[in-house]
Design a protein. Sequence first.
Length: 585
Amino acid sequence: MVNWDQLKTIIWLRWRLTRNMWMRQGGFGAVIAALVAFAAYALGAASFVGALLGGMALGHATAFVVWAIWCGVTVAFLFLWMIGLAQEIQRSETIDLQRLMHLPVALGQIFVINYLASHLAFSIMIFVPAMMGLAIGLTISRGSAMLLLIPLFLSMVFMITAWTYCLRGWLATLMSNPRRRRNVVMVIVFTFILLGQGPNLYINVFHGFQGHGASVTGLKMQRQHEGQDAALKDKFVQLQSVQKFIPPLWLPLGAQALAGGSVLPALFGTFGCFVIGALGLSRSYRGTVRFYRGESGGKVASRAQPIRKPAGVAAPAAAGSSFMELRLPVVPEQSAALALATFRSLLRAPEVKMAWGASIIVPLIIGVSILFRRDLKIPEAASPFVATGAVLFSVFMLVQFFSNQFGFDRDAFRSLILSSADRKFILLGKNLACFPVGAGFGVILLALFSVRLQLSSLVVLATLLQLGALLLMAGVVGNMLSILAPYRIQPGTMKPTKMPGLAMVVLMFSHLLFPFAMAPVFLAPLAELLWRTAGWPEAVPVNLILSMGLLGLVALVYWQTLGPLGRLLQRRETRILGIVTVEVE
């Protein structure tokens, strides 16, 4: 039975924690939270109204059209849901069960609250009102039988969310072992990325290679199009036969059957999705309780026997200790030590490895899908701009690291405050830890583009200089943002911990304005294009000369800003310490 007094107390506790969080952020944070909530509700209402009107306009549409629309809505919902799952692999509980285990409360109620709180996702807030509006619109235009779409799509959403919650709980249990955690996170994220981009690669790359070099005209081209249409129809027929065995696709199958006058597929689909979802939710609850009771997996950890070592025998040096003893030429010793320590720390953090891997895989997939199209036609004059855009995109993928260089330190930031190092050398060391990653990603993309577009050596060299200028510009802007608007990153994920309103706004605008702030790198290839258009001597490497000048100018600006930004860091370091070390509840 439900204990209503306990339930009201738990809900009040959750509201009180949220209210305290808003009060810590000040009035500005509360305003931002209210605006975000209003925008989410407005977007959900707009999707409901648009889908309602669209459903009312499908009164005379065929059953195949109804199936295609619901299939598109379902696939779009699943795609956005997978993106959200990839961003936050490990489950984040709204109310931590471990803190309430010693109290006489019903854990099932807390579990249900945490499960319902997990529905506060962008895909749910957009697609659930849209599905509701589409179902009501079809009911108005086609009859009351279409009302069965409402329990059908609700059961489908329940099934997806229940098994997603179960998956996140299982991953939380699995990643409780730090040795397995890094590999598990990376493999899962990369799998989601490859699954999401698989159709794109197949259509634009592999399928394009199959038809490469086939030049047909006239009657042959017409026959080829007819064959493609027939093959497309066969694929639709195969998809409709296969979707009976894919539970999320029971929704478009039930919509098609309802449009054709049959209600049994919708009823069976609703019952099947509900049963599958109930199984996933019950399994998630049992796994959660076992995890918090220390009974995960039903195995009792064996007590390890200490290894006795003879007295006087020194322990061997840790593997990889020579890495921390490296000396970077020209770099001050304090900055070099901090750069090596930060780089090693980032390499050991699973969330950083996950983000770095995604930062290189996503550009590679997008670059391959664009470059290796059989109908790719890029003018020679536009090739330098494409190369510059590629390295710019590689740096853009690392904005989160440049703009929040102290958020990953958490409690380790105390060591930086207590150290006697000059604060400008601390900023330099932090930047040096991020530069190799950005440079490596940019070089890989540039090599890919140079081979496909057959770039000249002068263009490649100029683009490398532009990459250096981009990294220095990102360092200057990132140092300022890291000092003025830091935020804490949860261990094990890339999710910020209850970001203040100001930090949220700054992060959003830094991502939006980043391409405009880095736009000066395009001046060099633009100047060379104008030079050649004017008919002046082509032997003058304008792009290379201006890229060298830009790199020197940005390097001078970067070095001159280290001192003032270091003094600003010293004035605000206690404020930064309070933000990155204190986890807001």
